[in-house]
Design a protein around this ligand. Sequence first.
Ligand code: FE2
Length: 450
Amino acid sequence: MPAKQHAKLPQPIFHEPIFSEEEATPSPTGFQTKHPSDTKTYDEVQKLLKKDVVEVPKSRIADNDLFRLQDAYGSNHGPKVVDKIQSAKKIIFHAFGDSGASNVRKYSSELHVSDQVTLDCNQSDEANRPAFLFHLGDVVYNFGESQYYYDQFYEPFRNYPAPILAIPGNHDSFVVPGTPKGKEPLTTFQRNFCAKEPVITPEAGSLHRTSMTQPGIYFTLDAPFVRVIGLFSNSLEDPGVLSNREGKWPGINDRQLKFLSAQLKRIKKENYKGAVLLATHHPPYSYSPPPKKGGSGGNHGCSAIMLKQIDEICLQEGVYPHAFLSAHAHNYQRYTRIIKFGKSEIDVPFIVCGDGGHNVNPLVRASKGHPAEEPHPGSTVDYMESSHAAIAAKQLLLEKYDDTNYGYLRIHVDKEQLRIGFHQVGASTLAQSRYDMVTVDLAEHIMVSN
Ligand SMILES: [Fe+2]
């Protein structure tokens, strides 16, 4: 059902957020068939997807400020939810990207993922219930149009009973030439994810989920035991771009670099002991086979310059995240980057989880005359480190991957450990669905056995 522009929409009472329908509703029966010109436009703008970036709108709050999970839940429920998480001595949350369905054929895959994470929330006991979903971008295809938010976001997640926060992906931000002022996809994204108050937007149609109240498209979520720093990696198909880079991308400002620097400075100053995660839509690493090996990389590559910029700021501030989360490539990939940072050697998981419903793509594509040669889990992939990297990695390993199933991350953080699990969609129980898990000791920044 398309979003309708109502003059006056019914709004929640007491300005409190609403996340799901009061009574669980069945799977959607309709999907707005895209106008044929959408696909034509997508084909026509392929060249622009390699060069048209968009400006990064300023956050509402200061660079060193935080958006608290408590505030996402609202003043009535927020304090109680946070108390319960503190009492359970751990927090659990979901993360994945690329859930949007660009046509009706992809819709069932999106619904399988959204239904499974919803079921996970509803079947878990209170201490193990995911507290939020951190969406890693590409919520609405092909270009974040207002009229597709209902089918691709609001209805699939209609029964998800918790806040959904998001960083925009390239599909949520690329501006098709001729888009009228005020209808740009980031404007629509901000209306639905970065509202000043929780309100029902025109995109939600007849559903009750209210807009998320993030301070901007880049922000730090401060939840018990964990901070997630989300950065917007802009609108190109590849690579991810964070800043102007001295005129290379004249349409972009450098505000995200200042923001990241301020956030890490705060972590250092506070001697913050919780887990620090960094999230971008475009992956710093995405598998590409070594030269002379059979096949070529999947549909998206590494964003080496983006990682170099992040590394430089981490070095400058003396803080390195415990893990990186990303999406964009439509599969699951888990790397370990072993680096010397300060006086220590640390292990940093870099995870791609872009199989949230839109598609699942093979890690390696066969090239003419050569069969695709898939890597062995645990392979050293040092050659994927850029020669321009700001931090020399001792080793880069591709630990595990899944390029045939849809799935999502289920992340668990307590005082001592960060545990990131990848769950495949389709298994009958939560335990059976878990395909992979990495555990990081927070104090030492090293991987430990699960
Ligand atoms: Fe993407």
